[in-house]
Design a protein around this ligand. Structure first.
Ligand code: ATP
Ligand code: MG
Length: 420
């Protein structure tokens, strides 16, 4: 392994590609910020207990994927594998739900850690933008979140994504279904681990990706046939609101999602250009989670969208993001005096809000002009001794190639004018 290699399953974001990640985070969060969601940031680690209870002892995330550690002081911590449990914990700690303004709407952006088998689109460190609406049971809230995610993806120019939708029922109807499903599954030809899963988390078996398992599941009892009237009506309302908003979705009976805390509405965003790691985001309603972590009853709904896979999806579709060039003006000084003078102009430009950069290191004209080109700057300022003696700088339009002498004192104003 090379000395400079990032740890297994991780990768660095470096320019220019890193700009896409920033743009994706920005695009996903923009619709949330415009819809009453406030920014929340929580620690990168929590007490392991929070995830064990909040994500679920029977989930892959907790049993296999969590990075746990014991501190020198003896605390059992886990690097956060997901955002929802932390955000709910933080909201409870800050009593946000008691401020008399439900739902508490929050959004977040950050790094998450799962000990997984690394492959394309699946990493041990990845990044999500998420949203949670805490404390209200209202189908319009579920619909709002799905509509906002759809809007975010569309604003990025993504088209080949689909929305899968299901209802997982609630504490009234799900236990009945769970038992019926278990009875069905126990008769199938399944391996030891899957048989264990039937007992602890049977709905997860429906989510099994293997073809031989899926084949046996064709006649599995469907949760839809077991939903109670309240869940049925709730789900119909979510569907109607999405349809009215012009957001297309597919009903997916088998969509159960990997976390224990989901109830009623669950959904996933999948992208068809990503191969087997096709989920770019997912979420749902988690009415029981607050009580599971020791809080009051707070029906809630949320989602998390994966930034890494969204970038891969954009690349798969060949979407070119409209990323503004980072530098508008590039200054090339020739000689000591010009260095001082042009550095002053660059500072002035920056203070005026114009993105400017400078040829550092006293390089020759040729090398410096190469850097100017690479920077993507629209204009270059060049000055040597003779220019300064005449009180001018050379202003070059990098698009047209035109060059003209501009009085030094007016250079900044002239550039501001030209850049509009
Ligand atoms: P998968 O079924 O692919 O394992 P998941 O159900 O575990 O996904 P969630 O916990 O719902 O995923 O996380 C939401 C989003 O975060 C996913 O849709 C995906 O875009 C992203 N994500 C999850 N795990 C990873 C990972 N290991 N590497 C990169 N992105 C990830
Ligand atoms: Mg997973």
């Amino acid at each position: 392994m090379s000395t400079f290699q990032a740890p297994k399953g991780t990768y660095d974001l470096t320019p220019p590609r890193s700009a896409m990640f920033l743009a994706v985070r920005e695009a996903i969060s923009a619709p949330l910020r415009d819809s009453g969601y406030g920014y929340i940031e929580t620690p990168g680690f929590e007490n392991v207990e929070l995830f064990a209870r909040g994500v679920g002892e029977s989930t892959d995330i907790v049993t296999k994927e969590m990075y746990t550690l014991t501190t020198k002081g003896g605390d059992q911590l886990a690097l956060r594998p997901e955002g929802t449990a932390s955000v709910l914990r933080a909201a409870l700690e800050a009593n946000l739900h008691k401020a008399g303004n439900l739902p508490v709407k929050l959004w977040y952006s950050g790094s998450y850690y799962r000990y997984e088998r690394p492959q394309a689109g699946r990493y041990r460190h990845f990044s999500q933008v998420g949203a949670e609406a805490i404390g209200t049971e209202d189908p319009a809230l579920d619909a709002e979140l799905i509509i906002l995610a759809d809007q975010a993806y569309r604003s990025l120019g993504l088209r080949q994504f689909r929305i899968l939708l299901n209802s997982l029922g609630d504490k009234e109807c799900r236990p009945v279904y769970r038992e019926t499903l278990q009875t069905f599954l126990r008769d199938l030809d399944l391996d030891e681990e899957t048989r264990r899963r039937i007992e602890i988390n049977p709905l997860r078996v429906l989510d099994d990706k293997r073809a031989d398992v899926q084949k046996q599941l064709t006649d599995a009892p469907k949760l839809r046939d077991y939903l109670c009237d309240a869940c049925q009506a709730y789900h119909e309302e979510v569907r109607a609101l999405l349809t009215a908003a012009g957001v297309a979705f597919e009903d997916d009976e088998k969509l159960v999602r990997g976390l224990d805390y989901y109830t009623r509405t669950t959904f996933e965003f999948v992208h068809d250009g990503l191969g087997s790691q096709s989920a770019v985001g997912g979420g749902g309603r988690y009415d029981g989670l607050s009580e599971m972590i020791g809080g009051p009853e707070l029906p809630s709904v949320g989602w998390a969208l994966g930034v890494d896979r969204t970038v891969l999806a954009l690349e798969a579709e060949g979407v070119e993001l409209d990323l503004p060039a980072t530098t508008s003006v590039y200054a090339v000084p020739l000689g000591e005096e010009a260095r001082r003078v042009l550095f002053g102009v660059v500072t002035e430009l920056r203070r005026a809000g114009i993105a400017a950069d400078f040829a550092f290191g006293g390089r020759g004209l040729k090398g410096a002009m190469k850097s100017a080109n690479r920077s993507g700057a629209r204009y270059t300022l060049v000055a040597g001794e003779r220019d300064l003696a005449e009180g001018v700088v050379q202003l070059k339009d990098m698009e047209s190639g035109e060059q003209s002498a501009v009085p030094l004192a007016e250079a900044a104003a002239e550039l501001a004018k030209r850049l509009g």
